[in-house]
Design a protein around this ligand. Sequence first.
Ligand code: GUN
Length: 322
Amino acid sequence: MLSLAALSLRLGAAGCRGGRRSMATVISGNKTSKLVRERLKKEVEKMKSQFSGFRPGLVVLQVGDRDDSNLYISTKLKAAAEIGISANHVRLPNTATEDEVLQSIASVNQNPAVHGLIVQLPLDSVKPIDTERVTNAVAPDKDVDGLTCINAGKLSRGDLGDCLIPCTPNGCMELIRQTGVSVAGKHAVVIGRSKIVGAPMHDLLLWSHATVTTCHSKTPDLPAQVGRADILVVGAGKAEMVRGEWVKEGAVVIDCGINHIPDETKASGKRVVGDVHYASANQRAGYITPVPGGVGPMTVAMLMENTVQSAWRFLQKSQAGR
Ligand code: GUN
């Protein structure tokens, strides 16, 4: 398949034309995630025929009833069903205690028909629940969110082949690969250090041999840091925080943000934007992800990828134990 880099060379999409800089090449998460999901569907069909009807199993555990979580979960369940993954939604009321949540996780951990378990975040509970304790209770070999200390520790040490990688940064790496731009030797800048996006993104870029700077709320002169990035990944959670003028010419810009801002021209009165000011960054970047349709769909595709991978590992172990 032709990479985006080769395509843009042919089309002259990135770089200067007649002294005026053209727009960045858009990296489509919709298209890339569709390719991933199609590949996974074939893999699951192969599993089914090779292992007498076997299907990977995924459980999404939800505490409470947040509207945004409901939407994300229904997207995940739909993607799983299309691929042939058997997905179940376990819903606990917002009055559930930490012990009840931990018991629920323990029972899924013990179920051999489940190969992936995620606890949808944030927890929507009226009781005090330690999110860290809850996410860490997931069996590391079923931790398809990659949030347990075991998986995070392996990733931080570069044991990429022996862990489950968090879905959003894994999806970002896939989008960067799509550009054809090699990561090794490049200067990568990550904005944000959350356990689910920024910190694992740092690790993935580092072990792909980039020199990585991770910025956060206490980083002085963010524009200067951004200006040094050949590859920029933003997971800051602040609408349109990164301005196009900060971006290095030709950089790869990956926007993990999903923010709702008021927009009177929309029937809903709002619209979704990323953490990067798209219109201005598009004038300077070589490649850029849109919001929506960039990183978001990749997160879902990578959750499916992790579930299928975990199921393969389960089958391998069961074969070896026979
Ligand atoms: N809430 C928003 N994104 C995610 C995700 O990737 N995993 C989980 N568990 N919760 C989320």
